[in-house]
Design a binder for this molecule. Structure first.
Ligand code: XIL
Length: 337
């Protein structure tokens, strides 16, 4: 994940008062995105510690996802021992800039503390999951737009296997996802409940598996409101069927969102690569804009979870890359650059 940068004030910070005004000074992506949200991963390691990062995210985005602060190992490191400090910081920051927050996440195979991953019986794990979801949703009642209740639970070996092998499926089998979704809805009916995953962006075996799982949830009354498409892409490899795929999930009555967009150059950051990256960003944002019920978000290069991939619309100097302008163009309905 990452964050979106750039701005007139940033250009002045980094280049001094004699610098020419940045051409991007009047472009505010969150405004261009309306009625959609334009978001970023927010990370307390950088928030208020890197002034340029903070300037960008407080200006350009209308929704934030805590990059790590609400993951199980961070927020409940010990049994029933909750630490909301870092997560609260992001929620307060978002409120101060009139932005929304996506909770991330409840059920995932990664970033679990050992006591959850290694030690509990099925009954104890069930109790721990319910307590985790209930305590956190109570704490943030009325404050969050949505929750990634489910993260990365579909297998990479579809169609042979539907669900990923992790502690949740080992203990609960195919009941794992419905359990978490049902607990979440019982606590608070307001936040939109998401299933979030990767490699489900195009029409393929994995997205087909998710489509059939979600269709059965809807038929059985399992609460789910939306699908998050992570969109961790490689340069020049945006699936042709992205828009069609978003639309088929939207046609089930679900919201769809681009949740973790970044595009890895997989090589040097030269003019040709940056132009292709701009086209790719345009393609993704345009697909979302063309899809009813879609919202989008993204984030910046130097603080990305993918080192050296130059994956974001701003460079390490916090200057806008061609991708920044391409995103603005897509929101404004202008053609691909
Ligand atoms: C990543 C964070 O960006 C890193 O800082 C952390 O070390 C590992 O997790 N899919 C997700 C995110 O849903 O939570 C992951 O975030 C990236 C992949």
């Amino acid at each position: 994940m990452s964050l979106f940068l750039c701005l007139f004030s940033l250009a002045l910070y980094s280049a001094g008062s004699l610098a020419a005004p940045s051409p991007s000074q009047n472009i505010i992506l969150r405004d261009l995105a309306v009625p959609r949200f334009f978001g970023a991963a927010a990370n307390t390691t950088f928030l208020f510690h890197d002034v340029n990062y903070t300037k960008v995210i407080e200006t350009q985005f209308s929704i934030f996802t805590p990059e790590n602060e609400m993951k199980w190992e961070s927020i409940e490191p010990e049994p029933n021992g909750f630490d909301f400090t870092a997560a609260d910081e992001i929620v307060r920051f978002a409120e101060s800039v009139n932005a929304k927050v996506r909770g991330h996440n409840f059920m995932w195979g990664n970033q679990l503390p050992p006591w959850v991953n290694d030690t509990l019986s099925a009954t104890e794990l069930d109790r721990a999951l319910k307590n985790h979801i209930t305590t956190i949703m109570d704490h943030y009642r009325g404050k969050l737009y949505s929750w990634d209740v489910i993260n990365e639970m579909i297998s990479d070996n579809t169609p042979n296997e539907t669900f990923k092998d992790n502690i949740w499926t080992q203990k609960f089998g195919e009941e794992a996802m419905p359990k978490a979704l049902t607990y979440a809805r019982a606590v608070d009916s307001q936040p939109k409940l998401y299933i979030n995953d990767y490699s489900i962006e195009g029409i393929n075996s994995k997205s087909d598996a998710l489509y059939s799982v979600v269709s059965s949830f809807l038929a059985d009354g399992v609460p789910v409101d939306a699908i998050g498409f992570q969109c961790h892409f490689t340069l020049g490899q945006i699936p042709d069927t992205l828009q069609e795929n978003l639309q088929r999930f939207a046609d089930l009555g679900l919201d769809v969102a681009i949740t973790e967009l970044d595009i890895n150059l997989m090589g040097p950051s030269n003019a040709t690569a940056l132009e292709q990256q701009a086209k790719d960003y345009w393609t993704v944002v345009n697909a979302c804009v063309q899809t009813k019920r879609c919202s989008v978000w993204g984030v910046s290069d130097d603080h990305s979870w993918i080192p050296n991939g130059s994956v974001l619309p701003w460079n390490a100097e916090k200057q806008p890359k061609p991708a920044f302008y391409a995103i603005a163009d897509a929101f404004e309905g202008k053609p691909e650059p």
